[in-house]
Design a protein around this ligand. Structure first.
Ligand code: GLC
Length: 527
């Protein structure tokens, strides 16, 4: 049943932050040789593809999302030779490599921007978005940066403002300019030629802004605990109609190569997210669905989010599920304790491609960061630091969790001596081994890959759904409470057999009419 599917459909994508994964040279920062070193581990998880956080040269004003050269490697992480070695050695193991591609903005230290800002008649002036003040001297529009303050930064050299959706050190490229388009498409070709299998596109829906620079309307529902840019509705800054032409163009480049993939980050309502599969022409293979990454761990909320997404998907759209990322609280901090096991079963049995964030497989939690150790510019400007979920991977119980022989760039979690790969590897009951069993089950059960998703009647504290392919029917029942609960598996007392439980030793147990679930238990039942 999975025969005609692509790797990005049947596989699990593992998102890792190179800087936090494994350090081989003792500078306290992870590197590409570190990823190579851990490929056996990644393979042992059953992963199909690795998505690497940005690895390009960067002043690191924003965690590498401020690029000074799109076709090279930051010396912190290694060299292009290291990158080539990673691609080769990953491919030898059947693992694909996905790069983070950041088209919306460069670093202000990028040579393109240095030229652009140098004079109004520089050939690269129009590569960025420059505007005069309003007649009253105010900034060109009321647009608000994601990190707070106006998106408009005054430049004394040429007496104009430039636009930056994020930091002022991250000027936005002008995607209406054909030279920008060609330069950025050449970046894609550079990596595609080097064997990269796909891209995760950063800030996808922001690429095109209103060409009249109209003010965004105020958001009447704005709450002070929301991100600063939520104070206005993004009517003229996000998801502008012509952005779809840009992605159709990008897709054509990628389609010149064999079996490559485009995924895109989309902070939009699901109705909008699904439009990025492309209506007139193909756009993204996987418009990333981030709804679960933001959802509280609550059965009703999760179940309605899942059903809503399934209902909105176009017939040809392949689903995808992200439960945590480098921008959201770790799943084990939201689904506490044994619920992390339930979350694992949910994530690995929904219909569609899961992206698994490094450390989720061992239950890494958010790590409190003292103000003097803060690295994230968002954390320095708002109370929404992302450092807590970007801390070093916990490998074993040696100093710094075996991540580095130096001083780690962010602190390691205090619980690392019990929450680490080495300890869990040897424990058949561990979360790590549950992930392995679930991912292995996906490989053996085509129904979990391409079977239909069928919502079944449920009530809090359950999430329940069926996956159905041909005659094979798998019922997934998840108990989101800590109390034992009975779940009726079908009218008329249907029979079933447990295929896998988040606890051990229930496999092959027969179920008649009602399945008794322990607190915090999830089961997959063949019905
Ligand atoms: C995306 C990234 C985020 C980054 C931002 C600016 O949203 O996921 O981490 O801060 O783009 O580049």
């Amino acid at each position: 049943m999975t025969k005609n599917l692509h790797w990005w459909q049947y596989g699990v994508i593992y998102q890792l932050i190179v800087r936090s994964f494994f350090d081989t040279n003792g500078d306290g920062e992870g590197d590409l040789p570190g990823v190579i070193n851990k490929l056996d581990y990644i393979q042992s998880l059953g992963i199909e593809a690795i998505w690497l956080s940005p690895i390009y040269p960067s002043p690191m004003a924003e965690f590498g999302y401020d690029v000074t050269d799109y076709t090279d490697i930051h010396p912190l992480f290694g060299t292009l030779n290291d990158f080539d070695a990673l691609v080769t050695q990953a491919h030898d193991r059947g693992i694909k490599i996905i790069l983070d591609w950041i088209p919306n903005h460069t670093s202000d230290q990028h040579p393109w921007f240095m030229e652009s800002r140098s004079s109004r008649d520089n050939p690269k002036r129009d590569w960025y978005i420059w505007r005069d003040p309003k007649p009253d001297g105010a900034p060109p529009s009321n647009w608000i940066s994601v990190f707070g303050g106006s998106v408009w930064e005054w430049s004394n050299e040429t007496d104009q403002y430039y636009c930056h959706t994020f930091l002022k050190e991250q000027p936005d490229l002008n995607w209406r300019n054909p030279e920008v388009q060609q330069a950025m498409l050449d970046v894609l070709r550079f990596w595609l030629e080097r064997g990269v299998d796909g891209f995760r596109i950063d800030a996808t829906c922001l690429l095109i802004k209103d060409d009249q620079f109209r003010d965004n309307p105020p958001n009447p529902d704005y709450q002070p605990d929301q991100a600063p840019d939520k104070a206005v509705l993004p009517k003229y800054t996000r998801d502008q109609p012509t952005v779809h032409d840009v992605f159709a163009m990008i897709r054509r480049v990628v389609d010149d190569y064999d079996d490559r993939m485009l995924a895109g980050e989309l902070y939009l309502p699901i109705e909008k997210v699904v439009s990025y599969y492309g209506k007139q022409a193909p756009e993204l293979h996987l418009p990333l669905n981030l709804q679960l990454a933001w959802s509280p761990w609550n059965a009703d909320k999760l179940a309605s989010t899942i059903d809503h997404y399934e209902n909105q998907l176009p017939a040809e759209g392949w689903p995808t599920w992200t439960i945590s990322t480098h921008d959201s609280t770790r799943i084990a901090s939201r689904a506490q304790g044994e619920q992390a096991r339930v979350a694992a079963m949910l994530h690995m049995t929904l219909r569609g491609t899961p992206t698994l964030y490094y450390g989720a497989e061992i239950g890494m939690q958010d790590v409190p960061i003292a103000p003097e150790q803060e690295e994230d510019p968002q954390g320095k400007r708002t109370d929404r630091s992302r450092d807590p979920f970007r801390t070093p991977m916990q490998w074993d119980n040696r100093e710094h969790a075996g991540f580095t022989s130096g001083q780690p760039w962010l602190p390691v979690a205090e619980d690392f001596s019990t929450v680490n790969v080495a300890v869990q590897h040897n424990d058949p009951h561990s979360l790590l081994n549950l992930y392995r069993r679930l991912i292995n089950l996906r490989r053996c059960e085509p129904t979990l890959i391409s079977g239909a998703y069928i919502s079944v009647p449920r009530k809090d504290p359950f999430i329940a759904y069926q996956r159905q392919g041909g005659e094979r029917r798998l019922l997934v029942v998840l108990n989101l409470s800590a109390e034992p609960q009975n779940f009726n598996i079908g009218e008329g007392g249907r029979h079933g057999r447990i295929l896998l439980s988040t606890f051990m030793n229930r496999e092959k147990e027969e179920v008649h009419g009602v399945v008794e679930l322990r607190g915090n238990e999830g089961v997959i039942i063949v019905v």
